[in-house]
Design a binder for this molecule. Structure first.
Ligand SMILES: [Zn+2]
Length: 477
């Protein structure tokens, strides 16, 4: 990966203007080290970003910005880095309140196995719309606070309530309804028929089609609980709406064994036989892939969400091969079964350790992949997986203004010889100070401007108590 340092004037917007006239803009960030995350890793010192409406209109020197622009809101970012926001490509809004709960339960007594059937499904099955709204507020505030500006929901109950929470917090995202039509053993509230799944998914996509930041996509829970017809028709619906289809794939040995026993094919081969494996498919995890399945991913252009917090529990993901062969990859945090927080900086760190251990250490080789490249996957790769290539993931005039202001001068980051190294290696989400999404300052100096975070937290505390009481009752029944 090469780095270039340009003078700020090298990346200015086109557009002639009189030298005297100060042009009005909504937001002007000045004094920053701007990491554009373009292919050349362009870095600008003492740089400014001008935002009008939803978009970046200009990037250049702070000195020139002072002459050019009169801003409604100004943000002084001296000593800080400005970089594009991160995209969480696989997350479970509904499971947010359950994170850490199973560990607490395990301290009281032995857990029943498998957890997804005895703990996750009963939990999701009892959730009300208000539970999801609160869960969404909780999850999306957490995301913004660690620099995530866009999320792709894996699929859960009450997706409209997710959208309402995302709207309130000010985050960009895609909501989805989890569909299961072929397993009579899952709780009735989580089952549907093929026709209802298609009808409700289409209506959901239509309801959110004109929102500036929130969209809806179709989702399939996974191959073992969805009928062939549902999977084919959901892909047809996805194509008709220019959307993506989010699912879990190759995330457990049980799934591979099931597919081989039932269809004589491995999971990705089976989806390929249904013509579902294609550029519209976002296949979360994708850990247990054969050499042949990997070829099909490359040929068909399938997108992948790499969830490093739990992928390495499942097997050895072919992540390096995916990256080197051009498979679109982003990073995801996944649900309550993952051991980490909703912090994609930390997911990228975990991915580097995983890749080093698998591909480097056995050969006494340290140069497998850099932290900078893995952070770029969480930033630029995530934007591509979200279908936002050309819109987010790179800072440039004309793009959507989704960016974050990050400290690189904390005690545990000092000294900062190189800002890109600092954000890729020495930074977690806790160092994110301010967040701009869709041109709007959502968090300024760690204070939320869109919602009253204190009041939201008080509401969450109150709601969580009642919800956990109901869960305890559900687990006993
Ligand atoms: Zn998942």
């Amino acid at each position: 990966m090469t780095r270039q340092r340009h003078s700020p004037a090298a990346v200015t917007a086109a557009g002639a203007m009189s030298p005297q006239a100060a042009q009005p803009v909504d937001l002007l960030v000045t004094g920053a080290t701007v990491l554009t995350f373009d292919e050349a890793n362009t870095t600008l010192s003492d740089a400014a970003i001008a935002v009008a409406g939803q978009r970046i209109v200009w990037i250049g020197s702070s000195r020139e910005a002072a002459r050019r622009y009169a801003a409604t809101t100004r943000l002084d970012a001296r000593g800080q880095v400005v970089m594009p926001g991160l995209t969480d490509c696989h997350t479970h809004t509904a499971q947010q309140f359950l994170r850490g709960k199973l560990v607490q339960l395990s301290r009281r007594g032995r857990l029943r196995m498998p957890p997804w059937r005895h703990y996750y499904l009963p939990y999701e099955a009892m959730l009300t719309e208000e539970d999801i709204r609160q869960s969404g507020l909780c999850a999306y505030l957490a995301m913004v606070s660690v620099g995530t500006t866009c999320f792709l929901e894996a699929g859960g109950p009450h997706p409209d309530a997710m959208g309402e929470a995302a709207d309130a917090v000010g985050i960009r995202g895609v909501v989805a309804w989890s569909t299961i039509d072929a397993d009579d053993t899952v709780p009735p509230s989580m089952r549907t028929t093929r026709r209802t799944a298609l009808r409700r998914t289409e209506a959901l996509m239509r309801r959110w089609s004109s929102h500036p930041r929130v969209r809806a996509w179709p989702a399939l829970r996974q191959i073992m609980v969805c009928s062939e017809a549902l999977q084919r028709e959901m892909m047809a619906l996805t194509k008709a709406h220019g959307a993506r289809l989010h699912t879990h794939l190759a995330e457990g040995a049980y799934e591979v064994d099931y597919a081989l026993a039932r269809w004589g094919m491995r999971p990705a081969e089976y989806l390929d036989s249904l013509a579902v494996l294609g550029p519209e498919l976002l296949a979360a995890h994708s850990v247990l892939l054969s050499v042949e399945e990997m070829e099909r991913y490359v040929d068909r252009g399938v997108s992948v969400a790499h969830c490093a917090f739990n992928n390495y529990h499942v097997g050895v993901p072919r992540l390096l091969e995916m990256i080197r062969r051009g498979v679109p990859v982003g990073m995801g945090t996944d649900g309550a079964g993952a051991w980490g927080p909703l912090d994609l900086f930390q997911v990228a760190h975990a991915a580097r350790i995983g890749l080093q251990l698998v591909h480097g250490t056995p050969n006494h080789y340290r140069g497998v992949i850099s932290s900078e490249e893995l952070l770029a996957i969480a930033v630029r790769g995530g934007a591509k997986v979200a279908g936002l290539e050309g819109e987010t993931g790179v800072l440039a005039p004309g793009r959507l203004a989704d960016f974050i202001v990050v400290d690189v001068d904390a005690h545990d980051q000092y000294p900062c010889h190189d800002p890109l190294f600092a954000v890729a290696s020495n930074t977690t989400g806790a160092q994110v100070r301010s967040v701009v999404i869709d041109g709007r300052l959502v968090m300024r100096d760690r204070e939320f401007l869109t919602v009253d975070a204190k009041a939201v937290r008080a509401g969450l505390d109150h709601h969580l108590e009642g919800l956990m009481r109901r869960y305890d009752v559900a687990l006993r029944s």
